[in-house]
Design a protein around this ligand. Structure first.
Ligand code: GRG
Length: 288
């Protein structure tokens, strides 16, 4: 990992965690179990890439001040919610997440479903505080049937079936890239970015998100269980529609490299692009 990214993560992760702690209900607030489940899933060691992207996009577009933190947290809450529901027995049925029992393994299925629902509600409460009401529709669009939900539906439908590169791209665009796109757009919109700035970051985040999911698919084959904190080989076992399954491991790796190059080229010249270039390079070298 490049120095600039290491520095950004060590600065932002504790900062974002403090804001998340402020927004999440306390564990001793009744009904305690749901608040414990929400906090268990949010504070289990995620990389916080999406909220960092929100903040960096805000700064990239000239934004200043603390108004961006509730928005960055809202995006992370949505991400945590998506992981809880993704792990459920009716979905990917994963027992582990980030090296710990997944939410439904720790709290039971009903509480896990409700913890996801509650994180969803809290995220929109935070987004609704923003001055610009475009943020609510940006995030709603990214997670609805044209985004995460739609991607997840096709992901389930294509389990065990022969898949083409286009099928997998359709899933990746929605299941993964959409939330990265919403992250940078929310940051940029809050900073009052111009249409060309928003378009540049949108293109970047789409390519970034597609490459990120390809490397996620690759790591499910070649990664380490300890480093990833979840089971390896589960995609193959469940007949998942993955990029390596559609085109082979070698082409999947070269496609990820191509997308990362294109992502970096999408960034407008004359802006401070170091963070976005470093996090893009990280996608290709990541082991977790
Ligand atoms: C409407 C939010 C919502 C969800 C319902 C369950 C579902 C539909 C969608 C699943 C989406 C999903 C889990 C996509 C995978 C994205 C992905 C690559 C997650 C891993 O991201 P990292 O590596 O995770 O950033 P950490 O652990 O670092 O936070």
């Amino acid at each position: 990992m490049k120095g600039i990214l290491k520095k950004a993560l060590s600065y932002y992760v504790p900062l974002i965690d403090r804001w998340l702690d402020r927004f999440l209900p306390c564990e001793d607030e009744p009904p305690e179990v749901i608040h414990r489940a929400m906090r268990y899933s949010v504070f289990s060691g995620g990389k916080r890439l999406r909220p960092i992207m929100v903040i960096e996009a805000f700064k990239w577009a000239g934004g200043k001040g603390r108004s961006i933190y509730p928005i960055a947290c809202a995006i992370e809450l949505i991400h945590a919610y998506s992981l809880i529901h993704d792990d459920l027995p009716a979905m990917d049925d994963d027992d582990f997440r980030r090296g710990k029992p997944s939410c439904h393994r720790a709290f039971g299925e009903a509480i896990a479903i409700l913890a996801g629902d509650a994180l969803h509600a809290l995220a929109f409460e935070l987004l609704a505080r923003a001055k610009d009401n475009r943020l609510v529709s940006e995030v709603a669009r990214a997670i609805g049937t044209g985004g995460l939900v739609g991607g997840q539906v096709v992901d389930i439908e294509l389990e065990g079936r022969d898949v083409s590169e286009e099928d997998v791209r359709f899933i990746h665009e929605r299941k993964t890239a959409a939330l990265f796109v919403a992250s940078v757009r929310c940051g940029a919109i809050t900073a009052g970015a111009s249409p060309s700035e928003i378009a540049s970051l949108t293109k970047y985040a789409r390519k970034f998100g597609l490459a990120f999911q390809i490397t996620d698919d690759i790591l499910n084959i070649t990664g380490s269980r300890t480093k990833l904190g979840k089971s390896i080989g589960s995609d193959e076992e469940h007949g998942k529609a993955t990029y390596p399954r559609a085109v082979g491991l070698k082409k999947a790796k070269s496609e990820a490299r191509k997308l990362i190059e294109e992502a970096k080229k999408s960034l407008l010249k004359g802006h401070k692009n170091d963070f976005f270039c470093a996090v893009a390079d990280f996608v290709l070298e990541r082991d977790h």
